[in-house]
Design a protein around this ligand. Structure first.
Ligand code: SAM
Ligand code: SF4
Length: 340
């Protein structure tokens, strides 16, 4: 197994941002078909295109050797990838040696009754579970193939295993607006944080749908403020999330607003797809193939060079903008490919 080789210089992009956070999509497949994420008859990649589990380990270990301190595993649905626990168990060695601060994942929750305990044993302590509604019929509508009961059991299993859970809900106008307080109360009763995400113009479902569904988090925040006193938290993750605390409940609520607010100046992350492409920015098409240098040699030198060169291409920011009433900067790729 590849051990991280500590490099003299960490990854610093041309705008002096240190890259310390890697998000890795381990599969493009999923057991759900959320309407804003995938079409119902998604065509998935042939298996040979995917990085093997060993290659994923080598890739992540190389990034860790270059100063990455936080890994988030995503997909597609990461927990439907065969033998994915082998990968998590492998990454545990970097937590054990202290070179990695956090190993975490974003999941739809459907497989957690099986995997919550093994994840905890592999050193995972916090997970994000995506859930837009706690109404059974609406859940079936938005995920097309999902069953709410299975996810609820998964959430219970995660909490029982000792994992800290954050719920991520995509804010959708006319869909879960009426559940704002229901969701908030349901989360506080389980001591779970809650983050809302603005719907992004990804995929091929057409601009119109996304525009109709766009519910500005400024509006959502104003609705929350009608019932609670919101205290802005200074906490920054280097990502697009901003947090408030509800004074009355102590609960933390996050807002991920890639569209209405510019957060790029503090961006510390890059994204690796399941085929080994590195995207330097969620909102830009620029990417660098890392699979070829990885496969070209057992020695990591070419891979390290390719990573360093890729980081030099990280753009200053992106250009999603709904305010022009056309989804300027619409991306043709799917979230399930870059991992959200
Ligand atoms: N399958 C896992 C899950 O659903 O948590 C991980 C991958 S999923 C692509 C990661 C996150 O992206 C989810 O929270 C999902 O809600 C979000 N997402 C997908 N498509 C989106 C879109 N068009 N706009 C905003 N968020 C989106
Ligand atoms: Fe699957 Fe997650 Fe996309 Fe939903 S959002 S289809 S659960 S990858």
């Amino acid at each position: 197994m590849t051990q991280p080789v500590t490099q003299p210089a960490p990854l610093i992009d041309p705008f002096q941002r240190a890259i310390t956070y890697l998000r890795v999509s381990v599969t493009d497949r999923c057991d759900f078909r959320c309407v804003y994420c995938m079409s119902e008859n998604m065509k998935f990649l042939p298996k040979k295109e995917l990085l093997t589990l060993e290659e994923l380990d080598r890739m992540c270990s190389t990034f860790i050797g270059l100063g990455v301190r936080k890994l988030r595993i995503t997909g597609g649905e990461p927990l439907v990838r065969r033998d994915i626990m082998t990968f998590f168990q492998g990454m545990k060695r970097h937590l054990d040696t202290g070179v990695l601060d956090e190993l975490t994942l974003t999941t739809n929750g459907s497989q957690l009754t099986r995997f919550a305990e093994p994840l905890f044993a592999a050193g995972v302590r916090r997970i994000n579970i995506s859930l837009d509604t706690i109404d059974e019929a609406k859940f079936a509508e938005i995920t097309r193939w999902g069953r709410l009961k299975q996810v609820m059991e998964g959430i219970d299993a995660a909490l029982t295993a000792g994992l800290r859970v954050k719920i991520n809900a995509v804010a959708l106008k006319g869909f879960n607006e009426d559940e704002l307080f229901t969701l908030q109360e349901w989360c506080v009763a389980r001591d779970m944080d809650l983050t809302f995400i603005e719907v992004m113009p990804m995929g091929d479902l057409g601009n119109e749908d996304r525009l109709d569904q766009y519910w500005s988090l400024d509006d959502l925040r104003a609705r929350l403020a009608e019932r609670f006193s919101l205290v802005d938290l200074a906490e920054r993750t280097g990502g697009p999330a901003r947090y408030v605390q509800l004074k009355e409940t102590g609960q933390k609520i996050g807002f991920i607003t890639p569209l209405s607010h510019n957060f790029c100046e503090s961006c510390n992350r890059v994204r690796l797809t399941c085929t080994g492409q590195l995207f330097m920015c969620l909102g830009q098409e620029d990417m660098v193939d890392l699979r070829a240098p990885l496969r070209a040699s057992e020695d990591d030198a070419a891979l390290v060079d390719a990573i360093r060169n890729a980081i030099l291409l990280k753009p200053k920011g992106h250009d999603f903008d709904y305010s022009r009433q056309v989804a300027d900067g619409q991306m043709s790729r799917h979230m399930s490919h870059t991992g959200g």
